[in-house]
Design a protein around this ligand. Sequence first.
Ligand SMILES: Cc1cc2nc3c(=O)[nH]c(=O)nc-3n(C[C@H](O)[C@H](O)[C@H](O)COP(=O)(O)OP(=O)(O)OC[C@H]3O[C@@H](n4cnc5c(N)ncnc54)[C@H](O)[C@@H]3O)c2cc1C
Length: 511
Amino acid sequence: MVVGAGHNALVAACYLARAGLDVEVVERRDVVGGAVSTVERFPGYHMDVGSSAHIMVRHTGIVEELDLAAHGLVYQDLDPWGYAPFDSDAIALHVDLDAACQSIAKVCGDADAYAYHGFASAWSAHNLKVFEAFQHPPTGRHLVRHLAGIGRSSGVPSIELGRQFLLSGDELLDLHFTDERLKTALAWMGAQSGPPTHQPATAELVAWNMVMHRLPPGHPVGGSGMLSVALARRFAAAGGTLRLGDAATHVEVGAAGVHAVQTASGDRIACRAVIAGCHILETVDLLGDGLLGATARTVNVGNGIGMVVRVATDALPQYPSATGPEAWGGMQLLAPSRHALRAAWADYLLGRPPAEPIPLVMTFSAFDDTIAPAGKHNITIWAQWHAYELANGEHWDEIADREGHKLVAAVDRAAPGFADSVEHLHVQTPLELERELGLRRGTEMHLQRNLAQIFAWRPTPQLSGNRTPVTGLYLTGASTHPGGGVFGASGRSAAKVLLADRRPRWWRPWA
Ligand SMILES: Cc1cc2nc3c(=O)[nH]c(=O)nc-3n(C[C@H](O)[C@H](O)[C@H](O)COP(=O)(O)OP(=O)(O)OC[C@H]3O[C@@H](n4cnc5c(N)ncnc54)[C@H](O)[C@@H]3O)c2cc1C
């Protein structure tokens, strides 16, 4: 039994069904995918509910292993993956490193372009090793082995590498580059996991993005949710059962471990194992207090990350710097400066909506004509930081419209005329993300991504590694290693751990 049909849970379900197990998935919502789903918000507009840009999953090999192309998944490459307009100039971060450096040279000069070449080459190689550590349950053995591997293959002494990983993203950028516009674009991209890049140990969040020069991020034709739809089809083809619109309400545990799941419709489904793909705090609630240990409730969810508006327009944003369609190829990074990023973070800490929200714009209808009516556009404006719990006496339901229009205005400042092109607007505040997707406090990554909640500390040391103290109960999803984002690695790890536990003991000498 798998609880939740988020994409990690679906990945786990596919691997288990492929191995011949009898698997049922129960999902509270009427659509599959959780934060990787797409729905028709306005006639003809198929809008993402959560994620839009798929970066990590394309590096895992899961798409190929499960042959998701045969189940309807078609990726369009996002290239350039980043486009940062500044007045009449723009930096285009093409997938091709030389082309990206040419763009940087035009705006920031040769020295920064040269530095970027070295930075991107080194960190995309380092991150291949980091990525290997992401592909397995987080044991100390794997972590140390892979990090030592970075030192060996790069020739950088591990003590120096350790120092670089502990730097803030801003310190790392200051070490390498001089032009503030380049640093701003990379800092804003680096902040996408949640923490601002002035915080300690965020260097890797900035440097991680260099992997996009090896393999571009993708947009599934039809919307982000088409990944989940393909997973659901793959699961059904392997004989799995998917039950939508019926939440798990209780996981029954006896002396021998989990043995049944009760659902909101009143059903009781007997089972020998459960993979919980929902938020860790939901899993704690489903089991009842105590069973997952006292620390399970102490995880740090944070106070939300951001909010998003989905807009239907009759035109694409026109940036004065744009000379061709490259502006709409990927993620449009509209942070005016690192100072503005810090100001938005300061508002977040004080519990008030940002005076100047920082947008990241995606315009995938520029090249996918299935997600908007002919001649129209389907545009996502994601912004940070937005506190879930406001300290200024306001309520998200009362200010949703105002804050949504603030985001449109922020895009209009970079692309004059944009606001006039808007025909419909759907606002998703942190509170609305919690209601629709079950993301506690609207935190898209389930838990804060800080040093104390990564690798073998995620969600807690006792619950890392996909196993739990309850026999037959396994965890997957953004609450577990390697964390949030469109990834799937945690789902595959959970399935592998469960399958390993079913083998006779003599067959798994490592257990
Ligand atoms: C607005 C937004 C934008 C984002 N943008 C990006 C992006 O561009 N790129 C990126 O990489 N990441 C992005 N993310 C993050 C990413 O989408 C998530 O971190 C990731 O999808 C979480 O996946 P998951 O497998 O943990 O499951 P979730 O998506 O959290 O799904 C959990 C599922 O469990 C179900 N469920 C919960 N409780 C129960 C229950 N009791 N019974 C049955 N079902 C239950 C829920 O309904 C849900 O379907 C974004 C997220 C949001 C919200």
